[in-house]
Design a protein around this ligand. Structure first.
Ligand code: SAM
Length: 293
C-alpha cells in the first residue's frame, strides 16, 4: 500500500521534481513552499471549510492546492506553466474537487469561469502563494473583476504586504493601500521566513488577509475619478498635494481655481502631502472636485 506523504515535505517535493525533470523558472516567480505547517496555517487563516469555494493562483506542484482540496468544497487553480500541468495531474489525482485551469490568471475571464465551474453558490475565497513579479496586477484583477470575493489570503513579499495594509501617515502608505483598502479590510496575518521555499527568494514573505467590506470604505461619486486622484496625489511623494494636483490636472487659472475651491470645500490644506490624507479625506476631495467640474 502506498503510504500517504504530503506534497509539501522537502523530501516528497524533491522526489516529484526529480521524477518530472522539473527545473524552476525564475521569470514565473517559482518559489515552492516546502513546509506543511505553514500550509496548515494558511488554510486556518483563510477559514476554509466544505462551505467554501476556493480560487488558487499558481498551484506549482500542488503543495497548497492539496490542503485546499482537503478542506474546501471546490478548488479552481490557475497555472500558466505548461510543464506543471502533467505534474499536477499526477500529484492531485486523489482530489476530485480540484480543477487545474491551464491559463494566465491575468487573462482569465474570472466571472464566466466561476459561473461554469463552481457547482454550488458558496462564498469564494482566493488563497495563494502568489508569483511575486505580478502580485499587484493579480490583486487588482480580482478586485476589479466584479466577482464576489469574500476573502483573500495571499502570500507576497513582506514589503508589498506592508504597503497594502499601511495606514495614513506612514512611509508605506500609497495609492496601492487605498486601492485595496477601498474594497477590503487588510490585516497582516503572519510572516514567513525565506527558508521554507525552494528555491529561496531574496526577500521575506508575509501572509495578508483581506476581508471584503460590506460596502466600500468611503462613499465616492465616481470611483474612476477617486482612484485617479489618489494616484495623482502620490505621483511624487516628496511634493505637496498642491504640486501633484497641478502636475496632473493642469495649471491654467480655471483649473487652479477649481482645485483651490475643491480643497477648501473638503477642508484640506494644499500644503499637506498625499501620504497624510485618509481615505475619507481623499473621498471628500474627489467628491468636491466632481461637484464643481
Ligand atoms: N503554490 C505553489 C507553492 O506554494 O509551492 C507555487 C507558488 S509559486 C510562488 C507561483 C506559481 O504561480 C508558479 O507555479 C508559477 O508557475 C505560477 N504563475 C506565474 N505566473 C502566473 C500567471 N500569470 N498565471 C497563473 N499562474 C502563474
Amino acid at each position: 500500500m502506498n503510504e500517504y506523504k504530503e506534497i509539501a515535505t522537502p523530501s516528497r517535493t524533491k522526489e516529484i521534481l526529480k521524477a518530472h525533470g522539473f527545473t524552476f523558472k525564475k521569470s514565473l516567480g517559482q518559489n515552492f513552499l516546502t513546509e506543511p505547517n505553514i500550509l496548515r496555517k494558511i488554510v486556518a487563516a483563510a477559514e476554509i471549510t466544505k462551505e467554501t469555494n476556493v480560487i488558487e493562483v499558481g498551484p506549482g506542484i500542488g503543495a497548497l492546492t492539496e490542503h485546499l482540496g482537503q478542506n474546501a468544497n471546490q478548488v479552481l487553480a490557475f497555472e500558466i506553466d505548461d510543464r506543471l500541468i502533467p505534474v499536477l495531474a499526477d500529484t492531485l489525482s486523489p482530489y476530485s474537487n480540484i480543477k487545474v485551469i491551464h491559463q494566465d490568471v491575468l487573462k482569465a475571464d474570472l466571472a464566466t469561469i466561476i459561473k461554469q465551474e463552481f457547482k454550488e453558490d458558496l462564498p469564494i475565497k482566493v488563497v495563494a502563494n502568489l508569483p511575486y513579479y505580478i502580485t499587484t496586477p493579480i490583486m487588482m484583477h480580482f478586485l476589479e473583476s466584479g466577482i464576489e470575493i469574500a476573502e483573500m489570503v495571499v502570500m507576497m513579499q513582506k514589503e508589498v504586504a506592508d504597503r497594502i495594509s499601511a495606514k495614513p501617515g506612514t512611509k508605506a502608505y500609497g495609492s496601492l493601500s487605498i486601492a485595496v483598502q477601498y474594497y477590503m479590510e487588510a490585516q497582516l496575518a503572519f510572516i514567513v521566513p525565506k527558508t521554507v521555499f525552494v528555491p529561496q527568494p531574496n526577500v521575506d514573505s508575509a501572509i495578508l488577509k483581506l476581508t471584503k467590506r460590506e460596502k466600500p470604505a468611503v462613499d465616492v461619486t465616481s470611483e474612476t475619478e477617486f482612484f485617479k486622484l489618489t494616484k495623482a496625489s502620490f505621483q511624487l511623494r516628496r511634493k505637496t498635494l498642491w504640486n501633484n494636483l497641478q502636475n496632473n490636472y493642469g495649471k491654467t487659472p480655471e483649473i487652479k481655481e477649481w482645485l483651490t475651491n475643491s480643497l477648501e470645500t473638503a477642508g484640506i490644506d494644499p500644503t499637506r502631502r498625499g501620504e497624510t490624507l485618509s481615505l475619507a479625506e481623499f473621498a471628500a476631495l474627489s467628491n468636491a472636485m466632481e461637484a464643481s467640474k
